[in-house]
Design a binder for this molecule. Structure first.
Ligand SMILES: [Zn+2]
Length: 53
């Protein structure tokens, strides 16, 4: 099973991410994705973008 996410990459404009990790944290489910075209990493908590800026 491959887990893919449609999301615009701010680095390269690509719109596809692969899930790389999923862990449970106190806030809920934390899921990490990586852009399929560059190394940009995206972190979602319960499906909401929570990247640390
Ligand atoms: Zn990218």
């Amino acid at each position: 099973m491959s887990l893919e996410l449609e999301h615009d990459c701010p680095e390269c404009g690509n719109d596809a991410f692969w899930q790389t990790a999923s862990t449970n944290v106190h806030l809920g489910e934390k899921t990490k994705y990586r852009c399929t075209e560059c190394d940009y990493g995206l972190v979602l908590i319960n499906g909401v973008d929570s990247s640390e800026h």
